[in-house]
Design a protein around this ligand. Structure first.
Ligand SMILES: Nc1nc2c(ncn2[C@@H]2O[C@@H]3COP(=O)(O)O[C@H]3[C@H]2O)c(=O)[nH]1
Length: 635
């Protein structure tokens, strides 16, 4: 039986594939595939097969549409970038192999260049022509352009930042403390050379290839990028930072003072910004950065204290460094106590000592107050969402108390606040999305919910774009256990899609009978929404209550109608489904108790038993055998 059915469907599909879409069937005069007589088993199976084929066709159309226009369904894939810097001539034939020249009408038929690249990398191959043999050899990956948001670039920036920090922390310490001993010099030289190499590679390889924006256009052209870098202030700082002042070692000896220009490299803030851009919890980095500033100020102060002690004479009085123990650690300890104004240190006596200490206190007050303020801002920003939640809940509770709202209601409101916050991390999702441009909202909505929507039976056959429009109008709402989402007889103004949790269609005396439990991904409330108000069809046909906490998406009738105006085909599909649902509901009124329990009476009740079989009474195995028995008795 299955084989026959499978063969039937297969042959049908084959036939429909060979038929042009919309071919008029001579037999039935309808736009359905013609079937040879021998494949029609009975009317019912015939209709079912036709329905399957129709659905398959619709799916094929959807996929065809996606293939033709990948950007329509995947807004995150931006179309190829058109190079707008056509006024700058590319050098020689360098870019030819990786670019496509297209005719640009608006540009006096001058070809416009479309780069075949991802937004991250633009690989410009170089073609080398063997003069005699005319063999083209392309060397790929010779030159590239990288985006400032590219992870590889950020990794490189972190290497540059390590080199910068090496210079920032060690140049002062080597200048102040006696750390240039014959034993340590080779180590310092090696580290210095390494850091310098990183600076030079950054200047020669990365910075001149960093794409940038002019009036919203991303520039990929190597020549323009290089020129832009050379004209920038960043280049000037970079140039100063790599100037070989180290050559002064020769006349004056090995002193880290001659490397002071290395701290002019300004890559730290760039690194910090880029890192924040890609981190999910950027505040962690901000806290680390602020602590880093604090430690650095203390570090510089400890260096200054050692220099001051040396100037006064190490161990000459109680205020200066005594010369005992680890010099750096002792000086750092002094810096912490003075700069943070902890006090408890020996009193300064000489004018120099008093001036130094005074300067320390002033700088300490200023630096620490600003750092503490910065830390508060960072933590405040990280917990802003929670603060907003607490403030609005407190305001609501205060309002309920002042209006003497019953305790039970107050308790429910608090529960709603707490659950909504715990489950969504935000009270109103739409608030967050409102600030974004439409394309971003669409991308987020599609990513989160489109797959769920496409699986919903009610929307099968509807256009994809219509579903996307619908996603954008959804509002998220949380119902508490036992809350009525809709009541029988009410006017239906919204339909619901279950995001998480369950709802129950209930009825009977005291609403205790559960007809059906609907889970995540189910739709309800659609019947009254899809009916016209003319014959009272817009009334709710059942009570629906939340079973446990239920996160629902709500779609307003007005919004649905607004959308459907633009999608007449989908409108027809939904109207047809609405009628089918209503018919099924009506016929279910006479359905069995068992069916009702299963909640089958509304959707997909069994087709009516044919008259002839009804003559046998109940059309089940038992009833059928009983009838047979009776008949054989007569024979
Ligand atoms: N699955 C299922 N859903 C029902 C049943 N009865 C009512 N509903 C849903 O409950 C909703 C109540 O409001 P509507 O009449 O608008 O739409 C109704 C259906 O979506 C049923 O028997 N089975």
């Amino acid at each position: 039986m299955n084989k026959t059915k499978a063969w039937g469907i297969h042959s049908l599909i084959q036939q429909t594939q060979t038929l042009p879409t919309g071919a008029v069937c001579a037999r039935k005069q309808e736009t359905l595939p013609c079937l040879p007589h021998h494949t029609v088993i009975n009317k019912y199976s015939d209709a079912q097969l036709r329905e399957i084929i129709k659905q398959m066709r619709e799916r094929t159309d959807v996929y065809k549409g996606k293939l033709l226009d990948p950007y329509a369904s995947s807004p995150e894939h931006s179309p190829p970038v058109i190079n707008t810097s056509s006024n700058i001539k590319p050098r020689g034939k360098k870019d030819k192999r990786n670019t496509v020249l297209i005719s640009n009408q608006s540009n006096n038929h001058r070809p416009a260049k479309i780069f075949l690249n991802t937004p991250m990398y633009y690989m410009a191959p170089v073609s080398a022509l063997y003069k005699k043999n005319k063999i083209k050899i392309s060397i790929l990956a010779y030159s590239f352009v990288c985006s400032s948001l590219d992870r590889w670039y950020i990794i490189w920036l972190s290497i540059v930042t390590i080199a910068l920090n090496y210079n920032l922390w060690f140049i002062p310490v080597r200048m102040a403390f006696p750390y240039h001993t014959p034993g340590t010099v080779p180590l310092w030289v090696t580290l210095d050379v390494l850091a310098d190499l990183i600076y030079i590679i950054d200047m020669l390889v990365f910075q001149p290839r960093l794409q940038f924006c002019i009036a919203g256009d991303i520039i990929y052209d190597r020549t323009v990028i290089k020129k832009n870098y050379r004209d920038s202030r960043k280049f000037q700082y970079d140039l100063i930072s790599v100037m070989p002042l180290d050559l002064l070692y020769m006349p004056f000896g090995f002193r880290s003072l001659f490397r002071i220009n290395r701290i002019m490299k300004v890559s730290f803030y760039e690194f910090s910004d880029r890192l924040e851009g890609i981190m999910t919890k950027a505040y962690i980095w901000r806290v680390i950065r602020t602590i880093g500033y604090l430690l650095f100020v203390l570090h510089i102060n400890s260096c200054l204290f050692y220099v001051a002690s040396e100037y006064q004479g190490i161990g000459t009085n109680k205020w200066v460094y005594s010369g005992e123990g680890n010099a750096y650690l002792r000086c750092y300890y002094f810096a912490v106590r003075t700069l943070i104004n902890i006090g408890g240190l020996p009193e300064p006596h000489t004018i120099f000592e008093i001036t130094f200490q005074l300067a320390n206190f002033f700088v300490g007050v200023f630096v620490f107050s600003s750092l503490i303020g910065q830390m508060r801002d960072v933590i405040g920003a990280a917990t802003a969402g929670e603060m907003y939640f607490r403030t609005s809940m407190d305001a609501c509770v205060a309002y309920m108390v002042s209006n003497r709202i019953p305790k039970l209601v107050q308790h429910r409101v608090r529960t709603w606040y707490n659950y909504t916050w715990a489950s969504q991390g935000i009270l109103d999702e739409s608030e967050l999305l409102e600030q974004m441009p439409q394309v971003m909202r669409t991308a987020i909505a599609v990513d989160i919910n489109l797959a769920t929507f496409q699986k919903i039976d009610l929307f099968k056959g509807c256009e994809n774009q219509m579903l996307v429009d619908m996603l954008l109008r959804l509002k998220s709402i949380v119902y508490l256990p036992g809350d009525f989402v809709c009541k029988k007889g009410d006017i239906g103004k919204e339909m619901y899609i279950i995001k998480a949790g369950e709802v129950q269609v209930i009825g009977g005396p005291d609403n205790k009978t559960v007809f059906v439990t609907l889970k995540a991904g189910c739709v309800f409330g659609e019947i009254s929404l899809l009916q016209s108000s003319a014959n009272g069809g817009n009334r709710r046909t059942a009570n629906v209550a939340a079973h446990g906490f239920a996160n629902l998406f709500v779609l307003d009738k007005k919004d649905l109608n607004d959308i459907l105006i633009h999608y007449p085909e989908s409108q027809k599909v939904l109207a047809r489904k609405g009628r089918t649902l209503m018919k099924a509901k009506d016929s279910a009124a006479v359905g069995t108790e068992e069916q009702r329990k299963k909640g089958l009476e509304l959707f997909g009740g069994k087709p009516a038993t044919p008259k002839m079989l009804r003559a046998f009474g109940k059309f089940n195995k038992k009833g059928f055998l009983e009838k047979l028995k009776v008949r054989t008795q007569f024979l």
